[in-house]
Design a protein around this ligand. Structure first.
Ligand code: MN
Length: 520
């Protein structure tokens, strides 16, 4: 069976999903999990964009073993390549990824160059990249709205200049499967001596066709697919990794191809990205949605418990999904607790696991059933929260039918303890108004959502707030059995993210007039 390579761009393209802010630690965490899942390539970012992005790429290149680490460089900016190489050179396997806009719309918008000039830019960019490394990926941006003969010509130029992978990007998500198949075939027949397996595809899901288009590309001869975990990304997102993983594991692709994925890590990876980005998946999302394997069988009594149900095309366990809501209880052993944590994708040392175990035991006394979602909270809180600007130390809220809702709040701001009290229309409003006045920051609250994470009235509520400040918006999240307290924590989380954004967006590399922001 032929090998199919998965190029994960969750950390570059995926994080462009509106409201997403990941800290450096969170990105490194995801990269390590992607290596655990054994994707073939990880794209951690665009090093020339900011010092923060450089540092993240550099750390991932140094610390994440296994996959190829690919970083982005703009074709027109020779300095990008120096910066990119500096960031990625420590990786066991390093790749430079450069790109040019091909369609008329994109070319005119970003570059204002003729096709001949574009070919020169491409050739010199690929040669520059090859000067640093022997793995160079060249992307044709918005290839599916471009003139097919120009796509073929650019692919030829890139390959002749030394590109080792040529990637066709459906940047705006407008392609149809038949079109993808035709264009890939045209490139394969139009470029004499094109090596097998050199072509790649990057699909967006604007019409819900990212997976279908990726499969059509495979059918025509593509052997690398760009994807993101849970399909996150700009607009309708990118091709979702877990759906591709399921398809290839079933042998559903034509021709049959095999990915190198560690399949039982598919679901833990999805959960991790869901939790860290705060972007949930809809209940009926294929493969990883909460209902994907939840069947209300019409003939439960007749079912033979020893064989998988006839409506299941894939056994959820293969992808690391445990279907039963098997909860943990106060009598759960340390060993069983530790096993469950690692099934959920967490790696803690012995002493940390023991500390978490005692926190778990306290929770198990208060709460009848401790579910995976509860454990993720315990583990997640431990994994987060270093070096944050705002921290909630104390909150007391009074509300009810006879009192004016009021909140007393104690915060740590830049290491200083401050406290204040205030009124509001309800307990959440009182807490929010007081906190914002204390931090002297007044983002607009554009969304406020409450969801129950687990069943029962003792369930943990998940609060999600979307804040907008100076054109930037972020999503803050928190969970807890007390939803007023969780709401305050979600607001604090959002404020810390706004702080993170304003601290890391000095994009000095983009200030010269020649610059263009990558849209790929
Ligand atoms: Mn893209």
């Amino acid at each position: 069976m032929e090998r199919l390579f998965l190029f994960d761009t969750t950390l570059r393209d995926g994080v462009k999903a509106p409201g997403t802010v990941l800290t450096r630690e969170e990105k490194i965490r995801i990269a390590k999990q992607l290596a655990h899942l054994r994707v073939d390539v990880i794209e951690p970012g665009f090093p020339a964009a900011s010092e923060e992005q450089f540092a993240i790429c550099e750390q991932i290149a140094r610390e994440v073993q296994g996959p190829v680490i690919a970083v982005l460089a703009r074709a027109t900016n020779p300095r990008d390549f120096e910066i990119a190489w500096k960031a990625v050179q420590a990786a066991g396997k390093a790749r430079l990824h450069t790109f040019v806009p091909v369609s008329r719309q994109y070319r005119e918008h970003y570059l204002k160059k003729s096709f001949t000039e574009l070919c020169q830019v491409a050739a010199s960019a690929v040669k520059t990249a090859r000067g640093f490394t022997d793995q160079v990926e060249f992307s044709l941006v918005d290839a599916f709205r471009a003139d097919a003969s120009e796509v073929v010509e650019l692919a030829r130029v890139a390959l002749e200049s030394g590109a080792t992978t040529v990637n066709l990007a459906d940047t705006v998500g407008c392609a149809l499967p038949s079109h993808v198949e035709t264009l890939v075939s045209t490139v394969l027949s139009g470029v004499p001596g094109i090596p097998p397996g050199v072509l790649s595809i990057h699909c967006h899901n604007d019409l819900g066709l990212a997976v279908a288009n990726s499969l059509a590309a495979v059918r025509a001869g593509v052997r690398q697919i760009h994807c993101t975990v849970n399909g996150i990304g700009e607009r309708a997102g990118n091709a979702p990794l877990e759906e591709l993983a399921a398809l290839f594991s079933l042998g559903s692709a034509e021709p049959k191809v095999q990915s190198g994925l560690q399949l039982d890590q598919v679901y833990p990876t999805s959960r991790l990205v869901r939790r860290l980005t705060g972007i949930g998946v809809q209940p009926h999302k294929p493969v990883v949605g909460p209902n994907a394997f939840l069947c209300e069988s019409v003939v439960p009594q007749l079912a033979d418990a020893t064989t998988p149900p006839p409506f299941e095309i894939i056994q959820p366990e293969t992808l690391g999904i445990r279907t039963g809501m098997d909860a943990l209880h106060p009598d759960t052993t340390l060993e069983a607790f530790g096993n469950r944590l690692s099934e959920l994708g967490y790696e803690f040392g012995e002493s940390e696991t023991a500390e978490l175990f005692s926190e778990f035991q306290e929770l198990a006394l208060r709460k009848e059933n401790v579910f995976d979602a509860d454990l993720e909270l315990l583990a997640g809180e431990r994994a987060a929260s270093e070096g944050l600007r705002y921290r909630l130390l104390y909150l007391n809220v009074t509300a009810g039918s006879i009192s004016v809702p009021n909140a007393t709040v104690q915060l740590e701001v830049d290491g200083q303890i401050v406290q204040d009290a205030g009124f509001g229309q309800g307990p959440v409003d009182a807490a929010f108004k007081t906190i914002l006045r204390m931090v002297k920051r007044f983002p607009k609250l554009v969304r406020y959502e409450v969801n129950a994470v687990t069943p029962g009235t003792d369930a943990q509520g998940e609060i999600s707030v979307r804040l907008q400040e100076d054109g930037v918006f972020v999503d803050g999240r928190a969970v807890g059995t007390d939803i007023v307290l969780a709401s305050a924590n979600a607001l604090i989380d959002g404020l810390n993210k706004l702080e993170h954004v304003s601290a890391h967006t000095g994009i000095s590399e983009f200030t010269d007039e020649e610059s263009w922001l990558p849209k790929l």
